[in-house]
Design a protein around this ligand. Structure first.
Ligand code: FE
Length: 349
């Protein structure tokens, strides 16, 4: 009798321990993730999901365009369950290509603010933003007065003639910025702005955001636009050359007295033909959890989209608080088509 009890409790103990170690936790389940993100902290992010759920993640990492083209060519046979992309312009493109399926999830609806989701409305959402970034202004401290460049609008004014550097207007980061302007102030003003930018260019558009920051530091450009995380990355770099760049460059949260700083997201949704749909939704809900939000945002010096989640990023702390633009990310995505038309009209390459 006594020994029988012992045996039973031992068995219960082993069983509990097996569950705790994930042996019975759906260990044959997989999730196929197509991701345009590739940061070191993402490793811990994915490992924690597998630890919590037993679902193994197969990852394909490539640039946004490569992922979108791959999904299109795979069609119905695509093994993709979850698609992660950066910038509303690309999320919107994947959406109109029909690459996502709408998701209805109380967790996602409660945790991801509406202005950081696709705007299809109706029964669910096509995609969700999981981290946010700002499009900011950087200027050469030796040659530029910050009050001359503290709004997006001022960059296009005559006072900045020959001083402005930008990456290609057709890049998603620029299309989204212009799409937000279009939403705020309509076609005529946005076109006048784009025209002024072309007039003010110090050189033809080229390079990425970090190249603009470096060109501002060298004095080739007086002022430029960049996503916030590129500057934060340089701030956190221990390379002397990067520190030299940071020391010469001033940083501005644009439009603080008016419409606020333009925001964008990195995010994703469930693939249209997801073979493992339940696991895909579970993964998106996991990305909205406190711990995953911290990894997801901090890995690229971004902010969590879930309001209650705080990160402790030394560069972002140093840059401080700011007023954000209040334009929905879904609308920004949709407006990129108008943005591109304006760019073509004013020859903003
Ligand atoms: Fe980027």
């Amino acid at each position: 009798m006594f020994s029988g009890c012992l045996k039973r409790s031992t068995f219960v103990g082993i069983f509990a321990s097996l569950i705790a170690h994930g042996v019975f936790a759906q260990s044959n389940q997989v999730l196929n993730l197509y991701s345009a993100r590739h940061y070191q902290t993402d490793e811990a992010l994915y490992a924690n999901f597998t630890k919590q759920t037993g679902i193994k993640i197969n990852r394909i990492e490539a640039d946004d365009n490569v992922i979108i083209e791959r999904l299109k060519s795979e069609g119905k046979n695509s093994p993709a369950d979850v698609i992660l992309l950066v910038d509303a312009a690309r999320l919107w493109r994947a959406e109109i290509e029909g690459l996502f399926q709408p998701v209805k999830s109380k967790t996602l609806e409660q945790r991801i603010p509406k202005n950081f989701r696709s705007t299809d409305g109706g029964d669910g959402s096509q995609w969700f933003g999981f981290s946010s970034r700002a499009r900011v202004i950087v200027y050469n401290k030796a040659s530029i007065k910050p009050s001359d460049v503290d709004t997006y609008e001022k960059l296009a004014e005559p006072i900045n003639k020959g001083k402005v550097c930008t990456r290609s207007g057709s890049h998603p980061y620029m299309l989204s910025l212009i799409g937000a302007m279009y939403e705020r102030q309509g076609e005529a003003k946005t076109e006048a702005w784009a025209k002024g930018m072309v007039t003010n260019m110090a050189r033809a558009p080229k390079g990425g955001d970090t190249d603009q920051i470096r060109a501002v530091a060298s004095g080739e450009c007086g002022v430029a636009l960049t996503n916030s995380y590129y500057f934060a990355r340089l701030m956190r770099s221990d390379k002397p050359a990067d520190q030299e760049v940071v020391s010469k460059v001033g940083y501005i949260w644009p439009n603080q007295a008016t419409s606020g700083t333009h925001m964008n997201v990195s995010g994703g949704g469930v693939a249209k033909h997801a073979p493992n749909k339940a696991a895909a939704i579970q993964f998106l809900e996991y990305l909205a959890s406190d711990q995953a939000q911290q990894y997801f945002a901090d890995g690229n010096n971004e902010w969590p989209t879930v309001k209650s989640v705080k990160t402790n990023n030394p560069a972002l702390n140093k840059l401080g608080d700011f007023k954000m633009e209040n334009v929905s990310i879904g609308a920004i995505g949709k407006n990129q088509i108008y943005a591109q038309k304006i760019l073509d009209k004013v020859s903003y390459k």
